[in-house]
Design a protein around this ligand. Sequence first.
Ligand code: NAD
Length: 268
Amino acid sequence: MSNLPGIVIVGASGRMGQMLISTIAASDKARLVGAVERSAHAWVGQDLADIMGCARGVTVTDDPLEAFSTAQAVIDFTAPEATLGFAELAAQARAAHVIGTTGFSDAQLEALKPAARHSVQIRAGNMSLGVNLLTQLTKKVAQALDADWDIEVIEAHHNRKVDAPSGTALMLGEAAAEGRGIALAENTESGRDGITGARAPGAIGFSAIRGGDIVGEHDVLFAGLGERIVLRHVATDRAIFARGALKAALWGQDRTPGQYDMMDVLGL
Ligand code: NAD
């Protein structure tokens, strides 16, 4: 049992944090060795058994480095600034860093790179098998269609989500751009409001819906003249992301330091 990889969850009280704790507690492939929350958070100092009813022995801490020093992997679904700090500490502890956090700026993505010289860093805007397959399909369909087909990524999420378009929508947009052989940054349309003018030919559009408790829905619409193709993924349970993240943490053991994504983990 003690030979199983030890995993620390940061952002333990979050929607994904709690799902990850339950997923690891139920797994026979890894063990939970730590849980981290922000300083002054109500969970700090409490045993997870008293908060979530899982096995006794993991006390929530606000000292990530101490927690990471006992771990083989850190799973992180928090916020971009927090993840930048965790990346450095994971590198110091030589623990694999699985990053589910979304909403990074280009500068923040650049700032993640140095830590990956010393630790395995696996980052994906969506950790589910279904979305990663959808990404491959999107690239293939975009490759097969010419620029007369408008491509729009339409996503829906719960009303607490703070970033838009979602990390998954951006992943899908990147895949479509790659398939079409263009750079997404120079061919994006999003946030339409008012007199926007006609749709830019060849652009990849993004539309975001926010409401209720929607876990995550993504459509990739290819709209041609007289016909449409829609590729769709619907997530109904956050457990798909937690299972993907755990798979990534296990895959990351004994790999060479560097940056990886779920395509590497899933061998797609
Ligand atoms: P949430 O707000 O419920 O949870 C975030 C948690 O991070 C909170 O508990 C917060 O206290 C904690 N946190 C923030 N800063 C911290 C710090 N410095 N130290 C320790 N803890 C800190 O959010 P959520 O719905 O769980 O989503 C979290 C992130 O994961 C978002 O970026 C979301 O888009 C992303 N997400 C990614 C996937 C995926 O598959 N990649 C799936 C779902 C959500």
